[in-house]
Write a protein that binds this ligand. Structure first.
Ligand code: ADP
Ligand code: ZN
Length: 709
């Protein structure tokens, strides 16, 4: 194998300049002509894909680079092409998946590239042989799993090689915010200085802005070039249909599928139960469809997948479990019966439409109450810190005895108990085996990472907020998605999505730049109007929201300068609007993310009440209702309801009639079969729209307290 290129341009790129300062990236055709030649000669492609020229230009200029491209967008080329241009220098590629590594190495070998992988499953001697080759300058690319950097022999060998570039694939695995955090990625930040300070290129398909920031800081990227590219899918047409309730949704979805005739469609639902209900409903409407969720037998899932692939089943109604390995090119429609928990999840699922490049439609059905399902799941995965503390206390008070997990939740909200125990286990305070859990020490309460727990929770809620703003958007949906992902260079209006084709009345009159923010603020206002049953203008007028959109206040004082925002209104609503304007005004000051310090106050049984619950209690006693407290404190109404549940469990509150009338309470009792109330999901399904999760929290605490006494 010979290196295909030798030119003056390349002299400056060789690793003989190791340690030289990074240059200004140059993605011009001249500067990239060697790269283009490699693309053609070695890989056989004539054109770069979107984003590849910019990323390769930056990498060749020895800049730290973060490349964000969708799956299949062509990330590998971004480090493989430079690797072939760094003469005599080695590109080390970190990748989490052994199988993928092997495929890459084989494919590169076929193309005549000198690539190899080392991993712990290989015999020691084979690893040593590969490393000798690397040191001798005989390798261009070396693929490794992140754990390798903890291996002394490997590191010693690597130090002798000339590492020209450190490429980190699936870089989101380093972020705790990511869906795919891997502990083995955690230490990658310290690798660079130990291998001669090469530039780093980090690659990921995850576009969550916080994950992106986290990658940059954890890898300590130096003044990185960030390129987000290739997310636009011009053949997809986005739409949102707003409905009153679940019945209307089902009817409209049936009509939509009927119009689709014999084409393929996927309908995503938020729960298994909804998959089953909708499948049944559609069948009654004579629409042939198959259900799919993770609770089904493997063989049934497999046969459903096959039937879909072979056009035997045209419509699949599924949870998000349906997707891995589905690459049917001609899905013409992806319908969402329930909004996912983030725009990324939405885009990933919707993106299964139109892989063949022909027009396809992505429609989200949205009812005002849909948010509560998502909040329910967030509470499961990211329980309030107060709940984690409570569970720790319950375990600690058992003095290291094994306790059934059901017992630690009996007097309180069990949502999130699994996540809570896991969090305790991760901080070494508790352990779990099957359904039994126990405390490992009894004095560890202040070692619970309250800030971390709260930050994760807030992160989940802010992703949900972005999803909801999409669902409620009156402006271009495509622009919203691409903005969220940080993909630049697209128009403000695609001309092909729901709002672009049928702009809502009045929306056009609004100034373009402030418009999205204005719409976001309207969405917040709408929520308050709904929960408080007030006309929106009573909360803030359009003129006030416009002024807010123009000024983008960051602080309480700035918010009070907005025309129409007085002290009282600020107390009631200010924080919620500020949360929106702050986001566009720039990153929030670090302190605003952190929860209030916990200054426990004893309840009447001598147990400490977390500060956050105590504040809610004070506001309740001052006569405020749930929406007002939630608005004032900038948390969800559901959170306030869990506080009330807490207060009921602690015996502070006995009368629940302000929130739950006796008839509703009796219904919940009935649905729970006369025993303690467990998970709320099934009860909510049984009782339907007539009861809110807030009421359910409170009813459960009330009923379970009777059982606890
Ligand atoms: P990712 O890692 O972003 O998911 P890959 O790097 O595996 O994507 O690339 C996806 C596919 O696209 C691969 O088959 C790759 O060879 C191909 N590909 C990458 N760049 C180009 C290009 N410029 N032209 C044509 N095909 C490309
Ligand atoms: Zn549009």
């Amino acid at each position: 194998m010979h290196l295909p290129i030798r030119s003056n341009v390349l002299q400056s790129l060789t690793v003989t300049t190791r340690g030289a300062p990074p240059r200004t990236p140059d993605a011009s055709p001249q500067a990239l002509s060697p790269a283009r030649r490699v693309l053609r000669d070695t890989f056989g492609y004539t054109e770069f894909r979107p984003g590849q020229p910019e990323v390769i230009g930056a990498v060749l200029a020895r800049r730290d680079t973060l490349a964000v491209m969708p799956t299949g967008g062509g990330k590998s080329i971004c480090y493989q092409v430079p690797a072939l241009l760094f003469e005599g220098g080695l590109t080390v590629v970190v990748s989490p998946l052994l199988a993928l590594m092997k495929d890459q190495v084989d494919a590169l070998g076929q193309a005549g590239v000198r690539a190899a992988a080392v991993n712990s499953t290989m015999p020691r001697e084979e690893q040593a042989q590969t490393m000798r080759e690397a040191i001798a300058g005989g390798l261009q690319l070396l693929y490794v799993a992140p754990e390798r950097f903890g291996d002394g022999a490997f590191m010693a060998a690597l130090r002798k090689a000339r590492v020209a570039l450190l490429a980190i694939d699936e870089a989101h695995c380093i972020s705790q915010w990511g869906h795919d955090f891997r502990p083995s990625y955690r230490d990658l930040g310290s690798v660079r200085p130990r291998i001669g300070n090469p530039p780093i290129v980090a690659l990921t398909a995850t576009a969550d802005p916080e994950v992106r920031d986290d990658i940059i800081s954890r890898l300590a990227l130096r003044d990185p070039e960030v390129h987000v590219a290739g997310f636009d899918r011009p053949n997809l047409h986005f739409g949102v249909v707003r409905v009153k309730n679940q019945e209307e949704k089902a009817e409209l979805i049936a009509a939509k599928l009927r119009d689709l005739k014999d084409e393929s469609a996927i309908v995503y639902c938020g729960t298994r139960k909804r998959v089953e209900d909708l499948t049944e409903y559609l069948r009654r409407q004579r629409i042939r469809c198959a259900g799919y969720h993770a609770g089904m037998e493997d063989k049934d899932r497999k046969s459903t997948q096959d039937a879909f692939a072979r056009d035997k089943a045209r419509v699949i109604v599924a949870t998000n479990a349906f997707g891995m390995g589905i690459d049917k090119p001609d899905v013409r429609m992806v319908i969402h019966h329930d909004m996912p928990d983030s725009l990324e999840a939405y885009y990933q699922e919707a993106g299964r439409a139109g892989r063949d490049g022909a027009a396809a439609e992505c429609v989200l059905y949205f009812a005002p109450r849909d948010r509560s399902l998502r909040e329910f799941f967030i509470e499961l995965q990211h329980p309030e810190p107060a709940i984690v503390v409570d569970i720790y206390r319950a375990l600690a008070s058992a003095g290291g005895q094994r306790v059934h997990v059901r017992e630690v939740m009996k007097s309180d909200d069990e949502r999130g108990v699994n996540a809570a125990i896991q969090a305790l286990a991760e901080s070494g305070l508790a352990a779990r085996s099957g359904q039994m859990a126990w405390a490992l020490r009894s004095d560890g309460e202040d070692r619970i990472d309250l800030k971390g727990l709260e930050a994760h929770r807030q992160h989940a809620y802010s992703k949900l907020d972005a999803m909801q703003r999409y669902a409620e958007s009156l402006t271009c949906l495509r622009a919203r998605i691409l903005d969220y992902f940080g993909d630049v260079g697209h128009g403000r209006s695609c001309g092909a999505c729901g709002p672009c084709l049928a702009p809502p009345r009045g929306a056009q009159a609004v100034d373009e730049a402030g418009d999205e923010l204005f719409q976001d603020l309207r969405a917040v206002r709408k929520r308050f109007a709904e929960t408080e049953n007030l006309p929106p203008y009573v909360i803030f007028s359009d003129a006030t929201l416009r002024d807010m959109a123009a000024r983008r206040p960051r602080t309480r004082a700035e918010m009070l300068n907005v025309s129409g925002v007085g002290q009282v209104k600020f107390e009631r609503y200010g924080e919620a609007f500020l949360a929106v304007t702050k986001r566009v005004a720039g990153p929030p000051p670090p302190s605003s993310r952190q929860p209030a310090p916990e200054t426990p106050l004893r309840d009447r049984h001598g147990r400490a009440l977390p500060e956050t619950v105590r504040r809610t209690w004070e506001l309740l006693r001052a006569g405020q209702d749930i929406p007002a407290i939630a608005a004032q404190r900038g948390v969800t109404t559901s959170t306030i309801a869990t506080h009330i549940g807490h207060l009921i469990a602690h015996g502070e509150i006995e009368d629940v009639s302000p929130w739950v009338d006796p008839v509703t309470l009796a219904k919940v009792r009935g649905a729970a079969g006369g025993g303690p109330v467990g998970a709320l999901g099934p009860i909510k399904e049984a009782l339907g729209e007539g009861i809110t999760y807030e009421q359910l929290h409170i009813a459960r605490a009330c009923i379970n307290r009777e059982h606890a006494v």
